[in-house]
Design a protein. Structure first.
Length: 214
């Protein structure tokens, strides 16, 4: 019995090292050191008229790419094309935008540029499951300028988990002036080399099991 327990323990450790976990587990997102990806396109004619607090766009292809729904806490206007979301600043300051992919199994990273009305920070919160009542994984990007575009910031999954929802928010008094050039990237599947290593590891575990039985 003890040899079997040891084998199962080693197998569990191997699965953890290779990121083989159930989708309900928290994804291991990190701040993306090289943010970018597929363009998020907005159709400026849909839905009319602007300003609005909800709209949709397409990733990768402006006409037929995967759809992402956007909800904002304050009215915004958008340009038609590569994401350009501008605050109307009346009557509520724009401090929160929520992006929800219609297909939550597609995207493994998210990034954007933008402009704050005042110097401060931006927080990105991401969920890898549909339980939005529970906190997501949160990242804060401090030291951003006011009334000047800040450099692209974003998050990326390191274990193949996907984005069910991502919020961007700021606590600065004037909120966002604009959110620009939103990008998503498709989730990465395990590479053949990684799959080969996993297979070799399982073969090795089988050998260990036989040794224990002897």
């Amino acid at each position: 019995m003890k040899p079997l327990i040891r084998v199962l323990g080693v197998l569990a450790l191997t699965m953890t090292l290779f990121g083989i976990t159930s989708h309900e587990a928290n994804a291991n997102f990190i701040a993306d050191p090289n943010p970018g990806g597929l363009f998020f396109f907005i159709d400026g004619a849909n839905p009319p008229p602007f300003p609005v607090t909800s709209f949709s766009g397409n990733v990768g292809n402006p006409a037929s790419g995967p759809v992402v729904d956007v909800v904002t806490n304050a009215p915004v206007s958008t340009g038609s094309g590569y994401a350009n979301i501008s605050s109307v600043v009346s009557p509520t300051v724009l401090t929160l935008l929520t992006f929800t992919p219609v297909d939550p199994t597609l995207f493994g990273d998210f990034s954007f540029r933008g402009q704050l009305a005042d110097p401060g920070s931006v927080t990105i919160e991401v969920w890898d499951n549909p339980n939005f009542a529970a906190p997501g994984q949160s990242f804060t990007f401090p030291g951003l300028p006011g009334n000047a575009d800040f450099q692209r910031i974003g998050i990326v999954s390191t274990d193949g988990q996907t984005i069910y929802r991502v919020d961007i928010s700021t606590g600065v008094a004037g909120g966002f002036n604009s959110v620009l050039q939103v990008d998503f990237s498709l989730a990465q599947v395990p590479e053949p080399a990684s799959l080969l290593l996993i297979g070799l590891g399982l073969i090795g575990l089988a050998g260990v099991s036989r040794k224990f039985r002897k």
